[in-house]
Design a protein around this ligand. Structure first.
Ligand code: ACO
Length: 429
């Protein structure tokens, strides 16, 4: 018996098999040999929502959920947030190493010069009702973009892939900003090539009649850091969606529309919007204990708390809490911050949350900063999607270049009726 193996015995038959262990994982295919008779299909593993199943090998992002550690390609998120820029981090995620000066200059040049969107795409955005949710507009316009770049289907051509990566990272802030301006009936503000990635985004959102939009450096830096913090988070729901759709060899625009749709859900990227709604619903600090009671009774969730992987403080939440102070010096304090801090204080002392290891996640404080920066709640998830674009694309690229990957196709445990004859209408109950 090899030392680096798992021995599995089927107590129904006494059959024993040995399965090799690699990277602390085992391949479940050999358990298919475990049968009670020749007609038996054989055993499978059952893991709804992938609680303990690795679906890929990855070199992009590492999370130690118990210790609250997050690394992009080995670099701690705290160092990247402090010393890097979003575009540099996007390059790191996509290409594996921090860029040298020339690589960074070329990369920034490419992204800067692909920011414009086709005027017809602008026309799609125009077609939405004024109160359409910006995530709905973003998802639809991402999917629509696949019709503009039919060559994007050549997903195995590295040069074609690279071009779509430039386009997606460059254009997603433009799509987001145009959706925002449309919601308010404002004229679109076009990209300004002299501004940074984050600075230009703020320009496209907030420029009014001034000839040149003046970017506040504190808000520009905060926006950039927020993009960095959201850039990747290994195999989360939306990245898994990106990989799943990508595994069918769909083009990156269609795959990313699907990933963005997953992000839209309130249990994922939609949570930051829900946090503000929750804080408003609570109303004042003295009502917090009452709300906590409802959470513990299972009536409502404490939005912005809990995580599938982090069983400790989400390191991104810590960084966001610090940036909040700098942002509030410019914007003035968001009155919801005090409530959030009090809610966190009470929750972290409560046995219910302590026992379940529920801590604030990235969404708990991000909404409060966004609101102070004058973003309406509906656009919060869109801001998340802009940052996450580099991660989605890095995961997609890794999937396509991994020879072990095939089309995603889980098994099921069928518990429905066995074969039965069709019942004519007049015989049905
Ligand atoms: N409020 C109250 N109770 C909670 C919360 C919460 N926010 N999160 C988990 N729990 C409880 C569950 O009810 C469960 O209790 P039980 O053991 O008595 O049944 C226990 O903690 C374990 O929770 P699960 O639901 O099994 O955890 P899971 O890993 O499936 O869910 C999730 C993780 C979806 C993030 C969950 O914590 C949640 O719904 N949080 C609120 C929404 C949120 O903030 N989402 C953003 C996540 S970060 C991101 O996607 C960017």
């Amino acid at each position: 018996m090899g030392a680096n193996t798992l021995t599995v015995t089927d107590n129904r038959t006494g059959k024993t098999i040995e399965i090799p262990i690699e990277n602390d994982t085992f391949d479940p295919m050999p358990v298919r040999q475990m049968k009670v008779n020749a007609d038996d299909f054989g055993m499978m593993s059952y893991d709804p929502s992938y609680r303990n199943t690795a679906s890929c090998k990855s070199k992009i992002t590492f999370i130690d959920g118990d210790k609250g550690i997050l690394l992009y390609r080995g670099y701690p998120i705290e160092q990247l947030a402090e010393k890097s820029t979003y575009l540099e981090v996007a390059y790191l995620l996509l290409f594996g190493e921090l860029p040298n000066k020339k690589q960074l200059d070329d990369w920034v040049f490419q992204i800067t010069h692909h920011r414009m969107i086709h005027e017809t795409i602008r026309g799609f955005i125009d077609g939405f009702h004024h109160d359409a949710h910006p995530m709905g507009m973003l998802i639809s316009s991402l999917a629509a973009m696949s019709t503009f770049y039919p060559e994007a289907k050549q997903i195995h051509d590295p040069e074609v892939r690279k071009m779509q990566i430039y386009r997606l990272i460059a254009k997603i802030p433009t799509l987001a900003a145009f959706s925002y301006r449309h919601s308010f009936g404002l004229p679109y503000s076009y990209p300004d090539d002299e501004l940074s990635y984050a600075g230009n985004f703020l320009n496209m959102l907030f420029k009014m009649n001034e000839l040149k939009y003046k970017v506040n450096p504190v808000l520009e830096k905060a926006m950039d850091v927020l993009f960095i913090l959201h850039a990747d988070h290994e195999q989360n729901c939306s990245s898994t969606t990106m990989r799943t759709v990508g595994s069918a060899h769909a083009d990156p625009y269609s795959s990313m529309a699907a990933a963005a749709a997953a992000l839209y859900g309130p249990l994922h990227g939609g949570a930051n919007e829900e946090v503000l709604r929750m804080l408003r619903q609570i109303g004042s600090k003295d009502k917090i204990p009452e709300y906590i009671k409802r959470v513990k009774a299972g009536e409502v969730l404490l939005m912005g708390f809990g995580h599938r992987v982090y069983k400790n403080y989400d390191p991104r939440a810590k960084i966001i809490k610090n940036i909040a102070e700098q942002v509030f010096e410019v914007t003035g304090k968001n009155p919801l911050l005090e409530m959030a801090i009090e809610l966190e204080r009470i929750a972290l002392q409560d046995d219910y949350f302590v026992k379940r290891k529920l801590y604030p996640n990235v969404d708990f404080y991000s909404g409060i900063i966004y609101e102070a920066m004058k973003f309406p709640a509906e656009i919060f998830t869109v801001l998340f999607a802009i940052g996450r674009t580099s991660g989605w694309l890095a995961q997609w690229q890794e999937l396509l270049t991994d020879p072990e990957q095939k089309i995603s196709r889980p098994r099921q445990v069928y518990l429905g009726p066995s074969t039965r004859d069709f019942v004519p209408m007049d015989k049905r109950k």
